[in-house]
Ligand binder design. Structure first.
Ligand SMILES: *Cc1c(COP(=O)(O)O)cnc(C)c1O
Length: 400
C-alpha cells in the first residue's frame, strides 16, 4: 500500500550551533495516505457521486470489520449520527438522557434538539470518563438512554454501565468519536452500546474532512435506522430490489455523505494500521519521555485501567492548577508548539443551564479538569524532529 506523509519543513541550520532552529508544530496536521485523490477521482469519473455508492459500501464494510459489528451506516458527521440515534430513541419532550458534562456539544445537542433533557454526570478523575458510580443516582423514570463518551479512546466502565442500563431497561449509546481502534476487555469500542457513533472529522484518527457513521448493534433499530437516514423512506430496500417503489415511511432526514467523501474515507481506512502505528509511537514517546517531568511537577498523565486498549487519539497532561495549564500552553506557543485545552463543561454552559440538568453531586471533577488539562500535538505525519522538539519543550518548562 503506498504511503505518503505530508512534507514537513526542512531542518533549519542552527546559527550558534546550539539552537535547533525555529520549528512550528501545529496541534493537528491532517494526515493523508496518498490514495485519497486517486479514489476520489475514480468516484468522480464513475459518475456515482451521490450517497450509498460503491465507495460508501466498501468503507462501511471496512468499518464493520474494524468494529466487529455488521451494521454500519455512513453519515455526514458524528453529530448527524448522534442526531440519528436521538431520532431512533423516539424521545419526547421532558425525557432525559444521562451523559457526561465533559464532552463535545454535539453529544448533548443531538438529544436536546429532540426536546430531551441532558442530565449531566461528573467524570472519573483518572480516565475523565463518565463516573459509573454516579450514573444510577442520575436515573429517573423519564430516563431514556445513557450516553457514554470513551475519552481519548479509553473505555468507560462498560460492564457496570451496561448492568445499570439493563436494570432500567434503557439502551446505552456510545459516542465513540475518539475510540475507533480501542478495546474494552477484548471487545471493540463502538460495538458495546445498542447504538454507537463514529467521527471522521479532520481532527480524528481517520478523517475525510467531515464525516461519521452510525453503528447499529441492536437489531431492533436496524430497519428504522436505514429509513430515517434516507429522508424517512425505504429507498435502501428499493435499491436492493426488495420493494418495487419507495415511499415515505417515517420522520427522517438526509444523513448520507457523497461517495466522493466515502472514497477519501476508504483510503484512510485501508491505511488504518499504519495510521495507528504512527500515532501509538508518538503517544508512547510522550508517555515515556515526560514521565519524570510529570512526577517532579505534580502533573498527571493519562491512566489506563486494566482491560483497556486505547487508539492513541490524544495525549493530555493534567496540570496542578489552571494557571499552570495556561503557563504551559503559553510557554509551548513561544517555542512554536501549539498545545490546546479541551472541553469546557456543558452543565454550566449557557445552553447547558437552559436545556439540561445536573445530576446529584454536581460535576466538580469536570470543572477542575476542564481548566487544567493541556493536549499536546498528535498527528500521524509528525516527524522525529517535531516530536523531539515538543518533548524537549515540555521538559524545559518549570511547571512549578
Ligand atoms: C469530534 C466529536 C464529535 C463530533 O464529531 P463531528 O464528526 O465533527 O460531528 C462528537 N463527540 C465527540 C466526543 C467528539 O470528539
Amino acid at each position: 500500500m503506498p504511503e505518503k506523509t505530508r512534507p514537513t519543513a526542512a531542518p533549519v541550520p542552527s546559527r550558534d550551533g546550539r539552537d535547533p532552529g525555529p520549528l512550528s508544530v501545529p496541534f493537528n496536521r491532517p494526515f493523508t495516505t496518498g490514495r485519497e485523490a486517486a479514489y476520489m477521482t475514480e468516484a468522480l469519473s464513475s459518475g456515482s457521486t451521490g450517497g450509498d455508492g460503491p465507495f460508501t459500501r466498501r468503507a462501511a464494510e471496512h468499518l464493520a470489520r474494524l468494529l466487529g459489528s455488521p451494521r454500519v451506516l455512513l453519515t455526514t458527521s458524528c453529530t448527524h449520527a448522534l442526531e440519528l440515534a436521538a431520532l431512533l430513541l423516539d424521545l419526547a419532550p421532558g425525557d432525559e438522557v444521562v451523559m457526561p458534562s465533559f464532552t463535545f456539544t454535539s453529544t448533548a445537542n443531538a438529544f436536546a434538539l429532540r426536546g430531551a433533557v441532558p442530565v449531566f454526570v461528573d467524570v472519573r478523575p483518572d480516565t475523565l470518563n463518565i463516573d459509573e458510580r454516579l450514573v444510577e443516582a442520575a436515573i429517573t423514570e423519564r430516563t431514556r438512554a445513557i450516553v457514554v463518551v470513551h475519552y481519548a479512546g479509553v473505555a468507560c466502565e462498560m460492564d457496570a454501565i451496561s448492568k445499570i442500563a439493563d436494570r432500567h431497561g434503557i439502551p446505552v449509546v456510545e459516542d465513540n468519536a475518539h475510540g475507533l481502534g480501542g478495546f474494552y476487555r477484548g471487545r471493540p469500542l463502538g460495538s458495546l452500546g445498542a447504538l454507537a457513533t463514529q467521527s471522521f472529522h479532520v481532527t480524528k484518527n481517520v478523517q475525510c474532512g467531515e464525516g461519521g457513521a452510525l453503528v447499529v448493534n441492536d437489531e431492533r433499530f436496524a430497519e428504522r435506522a436505514e429509513i430515517l437516514r434516507e429522508k424517512g423512506t425505504d429507498r435502501s430496500r428499493f435499491f436492493r430490489g426488495e420493494v418495487d417503489k419507495y415511499r415515505w415511511q417515517d420522520l427522517g432526514s438526509s444523513y448520507l455523505p457523497s461517495d466522493v467523501l466515502a472514497a477519501f474515507l476508504l483510503a484512510q481506512l485501508e491505511a488504518f494500521a499504519d495510521i495507528q502505528a504512527r500515532r501509538a509511537h508518538i503517544w508512547a514517546a510522550y508517555h515515556e519521555r515526560l514521565a519524570m517531568w510529570a512526577s517532579a511537577n505534580g502533573v498527571a498523565r493519562p491512566e489506563l485501567p486494566p482491560g483497556c486498549v486505547h487508539p492513541a487519539h490524544l495525549y493530555y497532561l493534567l496540570l496542578p492548577t489552571p494557571e499552570g495549564a495556561t503557563a504551559l500552553i503559553d510557554d509551548l506557543a513561544r517555542r512554536g508548539v501549539q498545545a490546546t485545552r479541551h472541553y469546557q463543561p456543558l452543565h454550566n454552559a449557557p445552553a447547558g443551564l437552559r436545556s439540561g440538568r445536573t445530576g446529584p453531586g454536581g460535576c466538580p471533577v469536570t470543572e477542575r479538569v476542564a481548566d487544567s488539562l493541556v493536549r499536546l500535538p498528535l498527528f500521524a505525519g509528525m516527524d522525529g524532529r517535531e516530536l523531539a522538539h515538543i518533548v524537549d519543550s515540555v521538559n524545559r518548562h518549570p511547571a512549578r
